[in-house]
Design a protein around this ligand. Structure first.
Ligand SMILES: Cc1cc2nc3c(=O)[nH]c(=O)nc-3n(C[C@H](O)[C@H](O)[C@H](O)COP(=O)(O)O)c2cc1C
Length: 229
Protein backbone atom coordinates (compact mmCIF):
# COMPACT_ATOMS: atom_id res chain seq x y z
CA UNK A 1 0.00 0.00 0.00
CA UNK A 2 1.25 3.51 -0.75
CA UNK A 3 2.61 5.46 2.21
CA UNK A 4 -0.06 8.13 2.74
CA UNK A 5 2.52 10.50 4.28
CA UNK A 6 4.33 10.73 0.93
CA UNK A 7 2.52 13.00 -1.54
CA UNK A 8 1.86 11.19 -4.81
CA UNK A 9 -0.31 13.43 -6.98
CA UNK A 10 -2.40 11.43 -9.43
CA UNK A 11 -1.58 12.36 -13.07
CA UNK A 12 -4.88 14.25 -13.27
CA UNK A 13 -3.68 16.59 -10.49
CA UNK A 14 -0.56 17.63 -12.39
CA UNK A 15 -2.51 19.85 -14.78
CA UNK A 16 -3.50 22.05 -11.87
CA UNK A 17 -0.05 21.99 -10.30
CA UNK A 18 1.35 25.49 -10.70
CA UNK A 19 3.11 28.23 -8.78
CA UNK A 20 3.04 31.91 -9.66
CA UNK A 21 6.62 33.14 -9.40
CA UNK A 22 7.40 36.29 -7.51
CA UNK A 23 11.02 37.32 -7.60
CA UNK A 24 13.29 40.24 -8.25
CA UNK A 25 13.18 41.58 -11.79
CA UNK A 26 16.18 40.88 -14.02
CA UNK A 27 16.91 44.16 -15.76
CA UNK A 28 19.03 44.47 -18.90
CA UNK A 29 20.00 48.00 -17.87
CA UNK A 30 21.60 46.88 -14.61
CA UNK A 31 22.85 43.47 -15.80
CA UNK A 32 26.65 43.12 -15.62
CA UNK A 33 28.44 43.26 -18.98
CA UNK A 34 30.13 39.96 -18.11
CA UNK A 35 27.74 36.99 -17.76
CA UNK A 36 30.23 35.17 -15.55
CA UNK A 37 29.80 37.96 -13.00
CA UNK A 38 26.03 37.42 -12.95
CA UNK A 39 26.53 33.64 -12.83
CA UNK A 40 28.82 34.12 -9.84
CA UNK A 41 26.19 36.20 -8.03
CA UNK A 42 23.46 33.63 -8.64
CA UNK A 43 25.72 30.73 -7.67
CA UNK A 44 26.70 32.52 -4.46
CA UNK A 45 23.00 32.89 -3.60
CA UNK A 46 22.44 29.16 -4.32
CA UNK A 47 25.43 28.16 -2.18
CA UNK A 48 24.12 30.33 0.67
CA UNK A 49 20.75 28.58 0.29
CA UNK A 50 22.51 25.24 0.80
CA UNK A 51 23.69 26.46 4.18
CA UNK A 52 20.09 26.98 5.34
CA UNK A 53 18.87 23.76 3.71
CA UNK A 54 16.77 25.40 0.96
CA UNK A 55 18.82 23.87 -1.86
CA UNK A 56 20.33 20.38 -1.64
CA UNK A 57 22.84 20.40 -4.50
CA UNK A 58 23.48 23.98 -5.65
CA UNK A 59 26.17 22.89 -8.11
CA UNK A 60 24.12 20.17 -9.83
CA UNK A 61 23.75 20.91 -13.52
CA UNK A 62 22.46 19.08 -16.55
CA UNK A 63 24.81 18.36 -19.43
CA UNK A 64 23.23 17.65 -22.80
CA UNK A 65 25.15 16.06 -25.64
CA UNK A 66 24.08 15.18 -29.16
CA UNK A 67 25.32 12.06 -30.90
CA UNK A 68 24.92 11.33 -34.58
CA UNK A 69 23.71 7.76 -34.87
CA UNK A 70 22.81 6.25 -38.23
CA UNK A 71 21.73 9.61 -39.63
CA UNK A 72 19.72 10.56 -36.54
CA UNK A 73 20.85 13.21 -34.07
CA UNK A 74 20.22 11.84 -30.62
CA UNK A 75 20.32 14.24 -27.69
CA UNK A 76 20.95 12.85 -24.21
CA UNK A 77 21.13 14.57 -20.87
CA UNK A 78 22.47 13.76 -17.43
CA UNK A 79 23.36 15.56 -14.20
CA UNK A 80 26.91 16.36 -13.10
CA UNK A 81 28.42 18.66 -10.50
CA UNK A 82 29.90 21.98 -11.56
CA UNK A 83 33.44 22.04 -10.17
CA UNK A 84 34.63 25.40 -11.39
CA UNK A 85 33.84 28.34 -13.62
CA UNK A 86 35.81 31.33 -14.80
CA UNK A 87 36.36 33.37 -17.95
CA UNK A 88 37.50 30.14 -19.68
CA UNK A 89 34.31 28.23 -19.02
CA UNK A 90 32.41 25.73 -16.85
CA UNK A 91 34.20 22.60 -15.60
CA UNK A 92 32.91 19.18 -14.60
CA UNK A 93 34.61 15.82 -14.05
CA UNK A 94 33.62 12.40 -15.23
CA UNK A 95 34.68 9.13 -16.81
CA UNK A 96 35.86 10.17 -20.26
CA UNK A 97 34.98 6.76 -21.70
CA UNK A 98 31.38 7.09 -20.52
CA UNK A 99 28.50 7.69 -22.89
CA UNK A 100 28.87 11.45 -22.42
CA UNK A 101 32.64 11.19 -22.92
CA UNK A 102 32.19 9.34 -26.19
CA UNK A 103 29.49 11.76 -27.29
CA UNK A 104 31.74 14.77 -26.60
CA UNK A 105 34.65 13.16 -28.45
CA UNK A 106 32.42 12.81 -31.52
CA UNK A 107 30.64 16.16 -31.14
CA UNK A 108 31.95 18.69 -28.60
CA UNK A 109 28.88 20.96 -28.91
CA UNK A 110 27.07 20.67 -25.59
CA UNK A 111 24.45 22.46 -23.54
CA UNK A 112 24.32 22.90 -19.77
CA UNK A 113 21.53 23.94 -17.47
CA UNK A 114 21.40 24.73 -13.77
CA UNK A 115 18.05 25.20 -12.08
CA UNK A 116 17.86 26.88 -8.70
CA UNK A 117 14.24 26.11 -8.00
CA UNK A 118 13.68 28.10 -4.76
CA UNK A 119 14.79 31.25 -6.56
CA UNK A 120 12.84 30.48 -9.75
CA UNK A 121 16.11 30.77 -11.62
CA UNK A 122 17.76 28.80 -14.39
CA UNK A 123 20.91 29.37 -16.41
CA UNK A 124 21.34 27.78 -19.83
CA UNK A 125 24.72 27.56 -21.47
CA UNK A 126 25.61 26.45 -24.98
CA UNK A 127 29.20 25.97 -25.95
CA UNK A 128 32.04 23.67 -26.85
CA UNK A 129 33.51 21.12 -24.43
CA UNK A 130 37.18 20.19 -24.35
CA UNK A 131 39.09 17.98 -21.90
CA UNK A 132 40.98 19.91 -19.23
CA UNK A 133 44.71 19.29 -18.87
CA UNK A 134 45.87 16.05 -17.29
CA UNK A 135 47.47 18.07 -14.48
CA UNK A 136 44.12 19.75 -13.69
CA UNK A 137 42.26 16.42 -13.65
CA UNK A 138 44.89 14.88 -11.38
CA UNK A 139 44.87 17.88 -9.05
CA UNK A 140 41.09 17.71 -8.65
CA UNK A 141 41.07 13.89 -8.35
CA UNK A 142 43.52 14.18 -5.45
CA UNK A 143 40.95 16.27 -3.52
CA UNK A 144 38.15 13.68 -3.85
CA UNK A 145 37.22 11.42 -0.92
CA UNK A 146 39.08 8.10 -1.10
CA UNK A 147 35.88 6.14 -1.59
CA UNK A 148 35.02 8.21 -4.67
CA UNK A 149 38.55 7.82 -6.02
CA UNK A 150 38.20 4.03 -5.78
CA UNK A 151 34.72 4.31 -7.25
CA UNK A 152 36.13 6.03 -10.32
CA UNK A 153 38.47 3.07 -10.90
CA UNK A 154 35.78 0.50 -10.10
CA UNK A 155 33.05 1.79 -12.40
CA UNK A 156 33.20 1.36 -16.18
CA UNK A 157 30.69 4.22 -16.33
CA UNK A 158 27.79 3.71 -18.75
CA UNK A 159 28.68 0.04 -19.44
CA UNK A 160 26.22 -2.75 -18.66
CA UNK A 161 26.91 -4.47 -15.33
CA UNK A 162 26.03 -8.05 -14.47
CA UNK A 163 25.17 -7.03 -10.90
CA UNK A 164 25.77 -4.39 -8.25
CA UNK A 165 27.63 -7.05 -6.23
CA UNK A 166 30.26 -7.24 -9.00
CA UNK A 167 30.79 -3.51 -8.72
CA UNK A 168 31.12 -3.64 -4.92
CA UNK A 169 33.52 -6.59 -5.17
CA UNK A 170 35.70 -4.71 -7.65
CA UNK A 171 35.66 -1.67 -5.36
CA UNK A 172 36.69 -3.83 -2.35
CA UNK A 173 39.53 -5.43 -4.37
CA UNK A 174 40.76 -1.99 -5.33
CA UNK A 175 40.60 -0.87 -1.71
CA UNK A 176 43.00 -3.72 -0.85
CA UNK A 177 45.22 -3.07 -3.84
CA UNK A 178 45.68 0.59 -2.93
CA UNK A 179 45.86 0.05 0.86
CA UNK A 180 48.26 2.54 2.37
CA UNK A 181 49.04 4.31 -0.90
CA UNK A 182 47.54 7.25 -2.73
CA UNK A 183 44.91 6.33 -5.33
CA UNK A 184 46.15 7.63 -8.70
CA UNK A 185 43.82 9.38 -11.13
CA UNK A 186 42.60 6.81 -13.69
CA UNK A 187 43.78 7.60 -17.22
CA UNK A 188 40.15 7.43 -18.42
CA UNK A 189 38.87 9.91 -15.83
CA UNK A 190 39.08 13.69 -16.04
CA UNK A 191 37.43 17.02 -16.56
CA UNK A 192 35.79 18.91 -19.38
CA UNK A 193 35.60 22.65 -19.68
CA UNK A 194 32.67 24.05 -21.61
CA UNK A 195 33.60 27.31 -23.33
CA UNK A 196 30.32 29.24 -23.53
CA UNK A 197 29.01 30.84 -26.70
CA UNK A 198 25.56 31.65 -25.32
CA UNK A 199 24.48 32.04 -21.68
CA UNK A 200 20.86 32.67 -20.83
CA UNK A 201 19.63 33.78 -17.42
CA UNK A 202 16.01 32.94 -16.71
CA UNK A 203 14.22 34.52 -13.79
CA UNK A 204 10.65 33.52 -13.05
CA UNK A 205 8.11 36.36 -12.81
CA UNK A 206 4.38 36.60 -12.08
CA UNK A 207 1.84 35.61 -14.76
CA UNK A 208 4.53 33.72 -16.71
CA UNK A 209 6.02 37.05 -17.87
CA UNK A 210 9.46 35.74 -17.00
CA UNK A 211 12.75 37.53 -17.59
CA UNK A 212 15.18 36.00 -20.06
CA UNK A 213 18.50 37.72 -20.67
CA UNK A 214 20.64 36.11 -23.33
CA UNK A 215 24.36 36.84 -23.53
CA UNK A 216 25.85 35.99 -26.93
CA UNK A 217 29.60 36.03 -27.35
CA UNK A 218 30.94 38.67 -29.72
CA UNK A 219 34.51 39.60 -30.67
CA UNK A 220 35.99 40.33 -27.28
CA UNK A 221 32.74 40.75 -25.37
CA UNK A 222 29.09 39.82 -24.96
CA UNK A 223 25.90 41.13 -26.52
CA UNK A 224 22.88 41.15 -24.21
CA UNK A 225 19.38 40.66 -25.55
CA UNK A 226 16.02 40.07 -23.92
CA UNK A 227 14.00 37.07 -25.09
CA UNK A 228 10.28 36.56 -24.84
CA UNK A 229 9.35 34.12 -22.12
C1 LIG B 1 23.19 15.24 -8.34
C2 LIG B 1 24.01 14.38 -9.27
C3 LIG B 1 25.35 14.67 -9.46
C4 LIG B 1 26.12 13.90 -10.33
N1 LIG B 1 27.43 14.26 -10.54
C5 LIG B 1 28.16 13.59 -11.46
C6 LIG B 1 29.48 14.05 -11.81
O1 LIG B 1 29.96 15.08 -11.33
N2 LIG B 1 30.17 13.31 -12.71
C7 LIG B 1 29.65 12.18 -13.29
O2 LIG B 1 30.35 11.56 -14.09
N3 LIG B 1 28.41 11.76 -13.01
C8 LIG B 1 27.65 12.43 -12.11
N4 LIG B 1 26.37 12.01 -11.83
C9 LIG B 1 25.84 10.81 -12.51
C10 LIG B 1 25.40 11.19 -13.93
O3 LIG B 1 24.15 11.87 -13.89
C11 LIG B 1 25.32 10.00 -14.90
O4 LIG B 1 24.54 8.96 -14.32
C12 LIG B 1 26.69 9.44 -15.23
O5 LIG B 1 27.65 10.45 -15.40
C13 LIG B 1 26.63 8.58 -16.50
O6 LIG B 1 26.15 9.37 -17.57
P1 LIG B 1 26.39 8.91 -19.11
O7 LIG B 1 26.09 7.45 -19.18
O8 LIG B 1 25.46 9.74 -19.91
O9 LIG B 1 27.84 9.21 -19.44
C14 LIG B 1 25.57 12.78 -10.98
C15 LIG B 1 24.21 12.49 -10.80
C16 LIG B 1 23.44 13.29 -9.98
C17 LIG B 1 21.97 13.00 -9.83
Amino acid sequence: MADSSVPHPAPADLAGERVDYTATHLSRRTAPADPLELFGQWLAAALAAKADGTIGEPTAMQVATAEVDGGRIRPSVRTVLLKGFDADGFTFFTNQQSRKGRAIAANPDVALQVHWQPFYRAVRVEGVAAPVSRAESEAYFATRPRGSQLGAWASPQSSELASSEDLRRTWAELEERYAGVEVPCPPFWGGYRVVPERIEFWQGQPSRLHDRLLYTRTDGGWRISRLAP
